[in-house]
Each structure stands twice: as structure tokens, then as C-alpha cells.
Design a binder for this molecule. Sequence first.
Ligand code: HEM
Length: 154
Amino acid sequence: MTADTLVPPRTPQGKASVRRKGPNLEQWGWVFMRVSGVLLIVLIFGHLFVNLMVGEGISALDFAFVAGKFSTPFWQVWDVLMLWLAFIHGTNGMRTIVNDYVTNAKVRRVLVTSLWVVAGFMIILGTLVVFTFDPCIPNLSNGSVVAEVCRAQG
Ligand code: HEM
């Protein structure tokens, strides 16, 4: 077989290709990409539809609009699901690309580890923002709807 001939996909390629015992994480990763892809279609297009098309559409987007959504458990869960799935899906996809193209094992390990560290950090930070968001910050401009709601709440 010449160097430019593709080997059949299931041909064993040395030690790395020998199937170890335990759950097949590569296979579960593959299933996750499909399932999260379907869920992301619903979450992302639902998000875009509600934010940009319902009611006054894009012209209604402001601080009060976001504050209103973050005070509703339904949208908190929606946004956090979108955040988690998009980050895990995107990171796992990038891991696949790195594994496909980076031939140096050390570089590959550094890149894949960095991907998961950044994703983990962003997921924790984003989840904290969604669940601890407080719209009643000092210096809210008088007359704004948010300022009035905050004053009414004391
Ligand atoms: C509309 C929602 C989405 C759908 C339906 C979707 C679907 C998919 C599917 C089925 C795969 C696997 C492809 C394969 O194994 O050959 C994939 C890969 C990937 N996705 Fe998504 N995805 C969506 C959103 C996203 C988002 C928001 C990101 C980034 C945050 C993203 C980043 C990636 C990356 C980097 C890959 C790897 C590509 C590769 O292996 O060459 N996707 N996507």
C-alpha cells in the first residue's frame, strides 16, 4: 500500500487503537455531538426568535429586557442549558479537530487540556452570572423601569 492510499477505517493502527476496557468515551462523545446538536437547534433558534422577533423585536433589547429574562427561572434554565451545551459541544468538537490535525502528542495534550480548562472556567462563570444576576445596581438612571422596580422592592 502506498503512502497516499487511505487505510480502511477499522484497521488497527498500533497500541493507541487497541480498545481498552470500560466505557467507550469516543463513542459517547459522538452520540453527545448529535444529541446536543439537535437540542442546540431548539435552544439557539428559540433564543433568537424570542429576543429578535417577538413583540417589539430587536428594538426592545436593553438592560431591562435582559434583567427581566434573568429573573425568570424558565429563561435562567434555558440560557444555562444553551451555555453548557454550546461550550461542551464546541469544546468537544475542537478536541476532535486537534486530535485529527496535531501530530505531536505533547502539543496535543496541552491544547486539549487548555480547551477543557477554558470551557470549565467559562461554564462556571456564566452559570454564576445567570443565577446570581442582580439588576439593582447602584446609580441606575432615575425613571428607568428597572430603577422603579428596584425602588418598589426596597
Ligand atoms: C445549531 C446547532 C448545532 C448543530 C445542529 C451542530 C451539529 C454538529 C454535529 C452533528 C457535529 C458532528 C460532526 C461530525 O462528527 O462530523 C458538530 C461538530 C462540531 N460543532 Fe456543532 N452544532 C451546532 C452548534 C455548534 C456551536 C454553537 C458550536 C460552537 C460553540 C459548534 C462547534 C462545533 C465544532 C467545533 C465541531 C467539530 C467539527 C469537526 O469535527 O470537524 N457547533 N456539530
